[in-house]
Write a protein that binds this ligand. Structure first.
Ligand code: NAD
Length: 307
């Protein structure tokens, strides 16, 4: 019987598949120290970005044959080192695109119409529409950075909302832009033309800090910015400066630098204290449908790899 350790949450449907033929240790709260001490016993590991799988952990995992991620991003894993040790890595691209795209649109509407803040204030018995003067979304220019699975789904919904859709993505064919009725632009052109900008790139060396002071200076006065991919793609200090100065009207993020495990405390940052910064705790893909699909797909991939 093979041994599998699951170091972050996984829906029951995935755990049941794994348990059919394997011994499973489900320990979503495990500390790094405990994982380092135990990993030598396991043939496979499943975990999300809250649990970094670096060289030290992989080195100690002398029996590891597969690492599964019930999500899209694999930036928390030392992929090159794992592959050099013949460890296969499985993620589940596409399973959460609808969920994240829908949530992106939700954040966008919230930025333009203040739904969250208005609800919060109204429940405190303040009834005053003057604080929530909004912006219409129809006919605005939407700039999508990264026209992959999530970005292109956002584009399709934005088309239906009568937005003018622009996108930048140096790694895909022009056909992909045409399929979703998005005009292809360079990053610089997109930043200059967009009223609302939304980020859907993987975290890589190239995308790390890809929106910094220089890029913000190219954006329109009063532009809106959304980050639904990874915190590190934004220079958070530069974004906080732009919110304070009013250059950016508002920013929404579902991800942030230094995310703790669920239930943990965020490190204090200036961005968190900034007035027009809306933030959610990495819940873009956090729907029953997406999580069930992710759990069963990653479990099946791991079982296949261990055969
Ligand atoms: P994807 O691989 O389908 O799409 C990413 C796109 O980004 C690709 O088309 C790629 O060519 C493009 N890209 C890469 N580097 C770029 C650059 N420098 N400039 C412009 N485009 C670039 O991935 P996806 O499924 O659309 O997911 C995108 C990212 O969203 C993931 O890597 C993950 O980090 C994040 N994500 C977040 C959540 C959440 O809960 N908030 C959920 C799923 C995924």
């Amino acid at each position: 019987m093979k041994k599998i350790i699951v170091v972050s949450d996984l829906r029951d449907v995935g755990l049941e598949i794994l348990k059919l033929e394997n011994q499973v240790n489900y320990c979503p709260e495990i500390t790094r120290e405990d994982l380092l001490a135990q990993i030598c016993d396991y043939d496979a590991l499943i975990g999300r970005s809250v649990c970094p799988i670096d060289k030290e952990i992989i080195k100690k995992g002398v029996k590891l044959k597969a690492i599964g991620v019930p999500a899209v991003g694999v930036n928390h894993i030392d992929v090159d080192y794992a592959q050099s040790q013949n460890i296969k890595i499985f993620n589940v691209p596409g399973v959460n695109s609808d969920s994240v795209a829908e949530f992106t649109i939700g954040h966008m509407v919230n930025l333009c119409r203040h739904i969250g803040k208005a609800t919060f204030d109204t429940k405190k018995k303040i009834w005053d529409k003057n604080f929530y003067f909004g912006r219409e979304i129809a006919n605005k220019n939407l700039g999508i950075i990264g026209l992959g699975r999530i970005g292109s789904r956002v584009a399709r919904i934005a088309n239906a909302m009568k937005m003018n859709v622009y996108a930048t993505d140096p790694y895909i064919d022009l056909d992909k832009f045409k399929e979703v009725n998005a005009e292809k632009l360079t990053l610089e052109e997109l930043l200059a033309v967009s009223d609302i900008i939304t980020m859907h790139v993987p975290l890589t060396q190239e995308t790390n800090n890809m929106i910094s002071k220089l890029q913000i200076n190219l954006m329109r006065q009063g532009a809106y910015l959304l980050n639904l991919c990874r915190g590190e793609v934004l220079d958070e200090e530069a974004v906080a400066d732009a919110l304070d100065s009013g250059h950016l009207a508002a920013v929404a993020a579902d991800v942030i630098i230094g995310e703790p495990r669920p239930g943990g405390k965020l490190i204090a940052s200036r961005l968190l204290q900034t007035e027009n910064f809306m933030v959610t705790p990495h819940i873009g893909a956090w729907t029953m449908e997406a999580q069930d699909r992710a759990a069963s797909m990653v479990a099946e991939a791991i079982i296949e790899a261990l055969k």
